[in-house]
Structures are given as structure tokens and as C-alpha cells.
Design a protein around this ligand. Structure first.
Ligand code: HSE
Length: 412
């Protein structure tokens, strides 16, 4: 039996490296007498690569080769990944992918095609890099009704925020470092604007709650507006700012799902998750809280998850694993403004004392926060928990202040 790898970038080359390095033990774990790499698909030339005889630029070489039973898709992006993966599944080949954009947008469709063709479509590496999360949710926690999931799902932004918090580093320098380390997406906009975390929470929410959650239905904010000044206030409050993706089962058959920077208090299990590490908290009705922690990005950690899926496919040749979710429905994800939250607000005002009085009058109890080198015309506070749209309406009604940052306070 043979495998093929489509896309020889950071993750694809890592997959080939891990697969060849640990080949003997992989074969044993698969229960196959043979499992070899036959093709690497990439449009670029790699004349000095030790596997140069395996390269092809023609997708049909893989599609039409009956000896290739498992294909790894590490090209990224939606097109042509979607067309390639659907054709491969229809041709009776199992597919393993690390491509969260593909799974978040087309997961239900591809899982259905895999089902119809009695093959597997697996994507452990699409969330949390090397952290086992998809298989634990679908297998080890299968006895539970999952009520909530919340996590630090993007390594690049966690790395950037950690550099800002611990080293007072500028956003741009930290992003450059993350890119040099191979954590960031090809276009880092997907990381810093929260789209990557959004795709991951969509995949997790689909898996946990049973219906496809599309990225367009999830309110998403990135970290580009977080300043070193916000970081300093939140530090004095006893917390840190993290990009959190979260989803919750609501009582009416609907769910909530949001991605945004959040104030995470030091007592939270997510507060000390630094650098490129990810952590995902899953709340089940039998297990309670369980947190999965590890390297959420990078070549070999991600390859580790991809190769594990390859082994799973090889173990399940001609057998379809029962795994996946159903179609979405209209208005499945509720409007985030209807959810309860507390808000951290940093604002400027001409007359700070007058502004604080106005804030107290409108919000009732608030907690004022200070920071070192606080400018004379700036102040910050945290509100009580209330429906977000009510909080924003109250904020808008205070003419004495000009809000600069509004960040949700997490209750995880
Ligand atoms: N760019 C992603 C991240 C890669 O930083 O988490 C792993 O999905």
C-alpha cells in the first residue's frame, strides 16, 4: 500500500520527514506489511531534496494510481484542495488533512462523500497542531454531552501576545519572529485577524455539538487592536489578554460561538499558556473540565498529528470509522450581542473625575484599574456581567468618555 503527500511546505515536508524517520515503527502500528511514500505533489522544484524521485506536478498521477490508498493534503487553502480531496474520496482513497480552512468550510460535504465511498476523511492536525483533540473528543469523551469548549487555538497570536506581555515587544517584531519560526499562515492576516482560530472553533463546535458550524456565522475579532497599554492595565488587574475561541451549547438547540481577545484572570487554566502553545478546555457533563495542552503550530508537532491519522487510515482500510457531524441549520449560532459578558474598557476623557462619576452612574458597580505611566487623560475599568448589547448601549450613552479598547472578560 502507498501514500502520497500533496503540498511540500512546512507541514508536508514535516510529514515526509516523520513518516520516513519512524517508518519501521509506523508499519508495525498499522498492521500492514507495506506502507510506502509514492508521490509528493508540488508545483515547485526541489532538485536537492533526498526524495526528488517522488515529486510530481500532476495530480492525476495520484488520482489514477490504484496502489495509492491514503493521501495527505497539506497544500492549504480552499481551492484546489476541495476539488482534489473530493475527487480522491470519490476514487476510494482515504484522505488526511491539516487544512482547517478546508474542514471548516467543507467538512460536512467531505465527510458525506467519504461516507458514501466507504473511506475515511481525518483531520486531527487541523486543530491544535500536535495536540490530540479531535480523536479524544470523538472517542475518549464520547460518553459525555459536551456543554462548552474554549481555547487558545492559534499559536502565532499567542506567541505575539506573550512577547508583548513578557518582553514588552512591539506587535510587528513579534509577528516577524513568529513567521521566522514557521508558526504563521502564508498570509498572517488569517492569524492576527482571528480567522484561523475561527476555523478551529468551527471544527470543534461541529464535532462537539453535531451540526456544521460555518466560519461566517461566528463573530470574530483578532488581536491587531490590542495595545501594550491594555496589556499593562490587565496585568494590574491580575490577568492577561489571550485570543480565545469559545463555543457553548444553549438550552434551545442553538449554540453560541465567538472568537475575540479576552481578559483571562490568573486563576484560569488558560492564563499560563504561553508562546506558541495552545490549550483547549472541554467541559463535559460526566468528565467536568478537561484541558488539552501542547504545541499548537510548527512543522513536526503538526506532522505528528497528520502521520497518526495516516496510521489510523491504514488500520481501517476498507472500513469506515463512524465519525463526523450533520448539516447546519438556519440561525444555529445565536447573535453574540445576546450573550452575557463583562467588559474591560480603556478610555480617554478631558475630565477624568467627571468621567468616572458618569461611568459609575451608568454602570453601577465597576472596578477601576490603573497602570504605570498612566496618561492623565486615560483610565480603565471593568464592568459587571450583563448582556453585551446592554453594556455597549450603556457605554455609547456616556458622552464624557471616548472608549479606546473594549475587551471581553472571560469566565473560563
Ligand atoms: N498559523 C497557525 C497557528 C498554524 O499559528 O496556530 C497552526 O494551525
Amino acid at each position: 500500500m502507498y501514500i502520497a503527500v500533496m503540498g511540500y511546505g512546512t507541514v508536508g515536508s514535516g510529514v515526509v520527514e516523520v513518516f520516513l524517520k519512524n517508518h519501521d515503527s509506523i508499519i508495525k502500528k498499522c498492521g500492514q506489511s507495506q506502507l510506502d511514500l509514492k508521490y509528493i505533489l508540488d508545483l515547485r522544484d526541489f532538485p536537492n531534496d533526498p526524495n526528488k524521485d517522488k515529486f510530481t506536478k500532476d495530480f492525476n498521477d495520484i488520482l489514477n494510481d490504484d496502489e495509492v490508498k491514503i493521501v495527505v493534503e497539506t497544500m492549504g487553502g480552499l481551492h484546489p484542495a476541495f476539488e482534489f480531496v473530493s475527487s480522491l474520496l470519490k476514487a476510494g482513497k482515504s484522505v488526511v488533512t491539516s487544512n482547517k480552512e478546508l474542514v471548516a468550510a467543507k467538512g460536512y460535504e467531505l465527510l458525506s462523500i467519504a461516507d458514501e465511498n466507504n473511506v475515511n476523511f481525518l483531520f486531527e492536525a487541523s486543530v491544535g497542531g500536535g495536540i490530540p483533540i479531535i480523536r479524544p473528543i470523538s472517542q475518549c469523551l464520547a460518553a459525555n454531552e459536551i456543554d462548552e469548549i474554549a481555547g487558545i487555538l492559534n499559536g502565532t497570536t499567542n506567541f505575539i501576545l506573550t512577547m508583548m506581555i513578557e518582553k514588552n515587544m512591539s506587535f510587528d517584531d513579534a509577528l516577524k519572529l513568529a513567521q521566522e519560526n514557521g508558526y504563521a499562515e502564508k498570509d498572517p492576516t488569517a492569524d492576527i485577524e482571528g480567522h484561523d482560530a475561527c476555523r478551529k472553533i468551527c471544527i470543534l463546535a461541529s464535532l462537539c455539538f453535531g451540526k456544521h458550524v460555518y466560519p461566517e456565522s461566528v463573530h470574530t475579532e483578532g488581536i491587531t487592536k490590542v495595545t501594550l497599554s491594555d496589556v499593562a492595565y490587565v496585568n494590574n488587574l491580575g490577568g492577561v489578554i489571550k485570543l480565545i475561541g469559545r463555543a457553548k451549547r444553549l438550552g434551545n438547540g442553538k449554540i453560541s460561538a465567538v472568537v475575540s481577545p479576552c481578559v483571562v484572570m490568573a486563576s484560569s487554566q488558560l492564563a499560563n499558556v504561553s508562546d506558541v502553545f495552545n490549550a483547549i478546555l472541554v467541559r463535559g457533563d460526566a468528565i467536568g473540565d478537561v484541558v488539552f495542552y501542547g504545541r499548537g503550530a510548527g512543522k513536526l508537532p503538526t506532522a505528528s498529528a497528520v502521520v497518526a491519522d495516516v496510521i489510523d487510515c491504514a488500520k481501517h482500510t476498507n472500513r469506515k470509522k463512524i465519525f463526523g457531524w450533520g448539516p447546519s441549520e438556519d440561525d444555529y449560532v445565536v447573535d453574540y450581542r445576546e450573550l452575557d459578558t463583562a467588559l474591560f474598557v480603556r478610555a480617554t476623557a478631558d475630565d477624568i473625575e467627571k468621567a468616572k462619576k458618569a461611568v459609575k452612574k451608568v454602570f453601577g458597580t465597576v472596578k477601576f484599574v490603573s497602570r504605570d505611566n498612566q496618561p492623565e487623560n486615560e483610565f480603565a475599568f471593568v464592568t459587571d456581567n450583563e448582556k453585551e448589547k446592554e453594556l455597549i448601549a450603556k457605554l455609547d450613552s456616556i458622552s464624557e468618555i471616548k472608549p479606546c479598547s473594549v475587551i471581553r472578560v472571560s469566565d473560563y
